[in-house]
Write a protein that binds this ligand. Structure first.
Ligand code: HGY
Ligand code: MN
Ligand code: MN
Length: 411
């Protein structure tokens, strides 16, 4: 008597280890596979070959999203994640969801298991937002504002239009990737937790209840260059000092006035002219804040804008706040959460219901179909760093829980 349908961990492990080689840093530590980069495009070509080998029909849309499909007729049950990484990232963030999804569809195909609805797996472009957060799923769900496209650029100034052209895409065509929601029945994404809670609770599967929203901005303080030796301290209109005060006070505001779960980060600071003996006249902060409750997020955004203006007035200088990307919080669909619970129960795996402090493409898919996520534990809660990893047993459990969730949703 055969047990329940199960994925092939050896095959999934081989695919994860192969994908991890695309964009491996020269020192062997960490992976840098930014979207549209040569390493990313080689990885995309490799993924398309694996999808074809698995018996899927494949295509790439105008926003650079890569799809594999099993079966036709009727709205599809979709899974997926992303194959782009942060700089010096790990082997599982995104890759797990794409390759476990592929493994599930291949297992279903090879076992000739017939589902009522077709199945799809997607690799969404630029999830990590080197140019704009969750770019591919934003375009697919009709949330891409085409007038923003010319300004979208990486933190080191490369325009999205140029990066996409280099990979053979026309950025201005990206909005054509918008889907017809009627072609979708549900979306479920497997991802590493990227935090410590599942491992601490010794629970193998996380059922995600909601995904935080995010506000990402450039905050630029413009003061006045002066001689760093002769200018009296009280006269200085020091852009760096204003930015430093803003950063510390914004962090305090988000901790004390947020929901208690609200978080904020300053991932990059640029100071100009950038020499020892000139008082800085320009300081640019890359500032993001995250929160599950949309009202709290909107309030924190307003309060931080008011704080920036207040600090600029105090230091007698200008401030400019430019929105890079806005992603709304999303609640996961009860039907998808129940399907994850049923799959875990069938596999005798305990579950923990939890929010996601990381952003994910699922929060965009939630705008067009019933969407949800399941997590597996991250070793030490580590992610967005070279030593991001999960146990292979945890990966196998996650892959099988995804498989049975898809079978439940696809009937
Ligand atoms: O930043 C995030 O939350 C995700 O890893 N892109
Ligand atoms: Mn991710
Ligand atoms: Mn990530």
């Amino acid at each position: 008597m055969r047990g329940p349908l199960a994925i092939s961990l050896p095959r999934l492990r081989a695919h994860l280890e192969t994908l991890a080689r695309f964009g491996r840093n020269p020192d062997g530590k960490g992976i840098t596979r930014s979207c549209w980069s040569p390493a990313h495009e080689e990885a995309r070509a490799w993924l398309l070959d694996r999808m074809k080998e698995a018996g899927l029909s494949t295509w790439v849309d105008e926003a650079g999203n890569t799809f594999g499909r099993l079966g036709n007729g009727g709205p599809a049950v979709m899974t997926g994640s992303h194959i782009d990484t942060v700089p010096s990232g790990g082997p599982l963030d995104g890759a797990l969801g794409v390759l476990a999804g592929l493994e599930c569809l291949q297992t279903i195909h090879e076992s000739s298991t017939r589902t009522r609805l077709p199945l799809m797996v997607a690799a969404w472009s630029d999830e990590e937002g080197r140019y704009a957060g969750l770019f591919g799923s934003r375009a697919f769900t009709g949330k891409l504002d085409v007038k923003h496209i010319p300004q979208l650029r990486s933190a080191d100034g490369e325009r999205l239009v140029d990066a996409m052209a280099r990979a053979g895409f026309n950025a201005y065509d990206a909005p054509k990737a918008r889907c017809n929601p009627k072609t979708l029945a549900a979306y479920v994404e497997l991802h590493i937790e990227q935090g410590p809670h599942l491992e601490a609770a010794r629970i193998p599967i996380g059922v995600v209840e909601g995904i935080v929203g995010n506000r990402r901005k450039w905050v630029t303080f413009t003061g006045q260059a002066d001689h760093a030796g002769t200018t009296p301290m009280a006269w200085r209109r020091d852009a760096f000092m204003a930015a430093a005060e803003y950063a510390m006070r914004a962090r305090q505001l988000i901790i004390t006035k947020g929901s208690g779960r609200s978080v904020t980060n300053f991932g990059r600071v640029e100071v100009g002219p950038g020499v020892a003996n000139i008082v800085p006249d320009r300081c640019v902060l890359l500032h993001e804040m995250r929160e599950l409750d949309p009202r709290v997020l909107a309030r924190l955004e307003r309060q931080c804008l008011a704080l920036a203006k207040q600090v600029a007035r105090k230091w007698k200088l200008k401030v400019d706040v430019e929105v890079i990307s806005k992603t709304e919080p999303a609640r996961c669909a009860p039907r998808v959460m129940r399907a994850v619970e049923a799959a875990a129960a069938a596999l005798k795996l305990k579950v923990k219901h939890m929010p996601s402090g990381a952003g994910h493409d699922a929060q965009n898919l939630a705008a067009v179909t019933e969407a949800g996520m399941l997590f597996i534990p991250s070793q030490g809660g580590r992610s967005h760093r070279p030593d991001e990893m999960s146990d292979w047993r945890a990966i196998e459990r996650g892959g099988n829980a995804l498989l049975h969730t898809l079978l439940t949703l696809a009937g």
